[in-house]
Design a protein. Sequence first.
Length: 317
Amino acid sequence: MDSSPPAITPRASHRIVLIDSFNAAAPTGRSRIVTSPAHIDAFTGGAGHAGALAALDLGAPEIYTVNAAAGADGVPDYLGALQSLDAPDTPDFGLLHLCDAARRLPTARRDALYGSAIAAAREHFAMLTIDAPDTPGEALAFGAALDTPDASAFMPSLSSPRGEIIGAGLAGAAVTARTDANRGPWQAAAGQSANLPGYTPSVTLSDSDIAQLAPAGINPVRPGAGLPVFWGARTLSTNGDWRYIPVRRLARWCEASVQDWMQDWAHEQPNEPALWGAVAQGISDFLEQIWRAGGLQGATSRDAFYVACGVGRTMTQ
C-alpha cells in the first residue's frame, strides 16, 4: 500500500437542493449556493456544535438553488432541473425539494415528476421532501400512493410573518438541515426542537387528524401557542426498517461518505491485505466518531458496530 489512508470526510447532509423558478430569464439548471435565503432563513437558524459532534465538522446549513425555467405553459421545467443535478460539478447534498410542485402541476404530471425526483434523491443519497395536500383525507391518499424510504411528506402549508405561503415540505427540509447541524443527522427533526417560530399552519389539525397522519408517513404540523412544531419524522416507506427519516438518512449518509472516501483513495491502492486492514480501520474510525457523538447506540463502540473487510469476510478471493 502506497500511503496511510486519509480520514473519511462526511458528506454534506445539511445541504439542501431547492428546485424553483427563481429566474425566468435564466436557463434551466443554472445554480447558485446561498447560505441564508430569505424565504427559509427563519427555519435554518444557526449551527452550533458541542463536544463529540464538533469532531465531525458538519458545518452550517447551506442551500443550493437550481433554476427551473418556465415552459410555454408557464410551468417550471422541474424535470430538466432534476437532470441537471447529474452534472459533475453539482455539490453533495442531503435534502431535495421541488418548490410548489404540488400546487403548480396537475395530479398526473405531479405524480410522474415525484417518481423522477425520488429516483434522483436515491441516486444522490438524499431525501426528497414533499408538500402533501393541506386536507387530511387528501394527504392520506397522496401518501398511500407512494412507497419509498427516500421521500418524506409534510403538511399543511404555512403562512410566514410576511404573509407568504410556504410549503410544509420546504419547511421540513430546512428544519431537518438545522437539526443536522445542531444535533446530527441521526436526530429526528420533530417535537419541540422542530419548531416553526412566527409561522402559522394554513389548516389547524385536530389530535384525531394527527393520530391518523403520522403513522401513515405524513408528517403534520402540530399547532401551538405561537410555536407550531413538526409532529413526526417518518418516510413514505412501508418497510419497517426504513420507517423513520433519521434512520434512513444516517444509513445513506454513512454509505455516501464511505463511498466517496473509497473512490478518492482506496481504488488507487493494490488489492492486498494491507489495504483491507486500512479500509476497515478508516471506516471504524469514522463510525467511532459517530458513536461518540451519539449517532449509534451501544455502551461501547464494540456494542455499536463492527467492520469487516477481506478474504472470507467480504470477498471470496
